[in-house]
Design a protein around this ligand. Structure first.
Ligand code: THU
Length: 134
C-alpha cells in the first residue's frame, strides 16, 4: 500500500466519526485524491426522509468540486464503513455513487473498498463498465 493510499484510508476512517446515520447506524467514509494531488473526504448524511440521504462518496466529490471547480479528475477513491457493532463489512459503492464517481473519473481511476477477503482494488471501468455518458 503506497503512502498516498494509506493517507486516504486514514482520512476515510477518520471522517466516519462525523457520519450522521441515526437510521441505519451504518457509517461510511470516502476519501478522494484528485489530479492536482489534493485530497478530500466525506461521510454519509442521512435524512428522516430516507431517500434524501447523501452517501459518503457523493459528499466527498461535492467537497472536491466546491474546492477545485468543475475540471477536476479523480485519481483514487477509498471507501470505508463501520456497522452498528463497529465492524467493517464487505460493502461496495452503491449504483448511484458509481455513476457520480464515473462523472469525474477516467477508466483507470482506482476505487478501493472493503470486500469479502480484505480490501478490493478496482478500476472505474471494472466498477461500472460501459457507463452512461453523452
Ligand atoms: N451509503 C454510502 O454512504 N455509500 C454507499 O455507497 C452505500 C450506502 C450509506 C447511505 C446510508 O446512510 C447508509 O450507507 C446505509 O445505506
Amino acid at each position: 500500500m503506497s503512502e498516498q493510499t494509506k493517507d486516504l484510508t486514514a482520512m476515510a476512517m477518520a471522517i466516519m466519526d462525523k457520519a450522521y446515520s441515526p437510521y441505519s447506524n451504518f457509517s461510511v467514509g470516502a476519501a478522494i485524491r484528485t489530479g492536482s494531488g489534493n485530497v478530500y473526504a466525506g461521510c454519509n448524511v442521512e435524512n428522516v426522509s430516507y431517500g434524501l440521504t447523501i452517501c459518503a462518496e457523493r459528499n466527498a466529490i461535492a467537497q472536491a468540486v466546491s474546492a477545485e471547480g468543475p475540471d477536476l479528475k479523480l485519481e483514487e477513491v477509498v471507501i470505508t464503513n463501520r456497522n452498528a457493532e463497529g465492524v467493517s463489512i464487505p460493502c461496495s459503492p452503491c449504483g448511484a455513487c458509481r455513476q457520480v464517481i464515473a462523472e469525474f473519473a477516467g477508466p483507470d481511476t482506482i476505487i478501493r473498498y472493503q470486500g469479502r477477503n480484505g480490501e478490493v482494488r478496482v478500476s472505474m471501468e471494472e466498477l461500472l463498465p460501459d457507463s452512461f455518458r453523452f
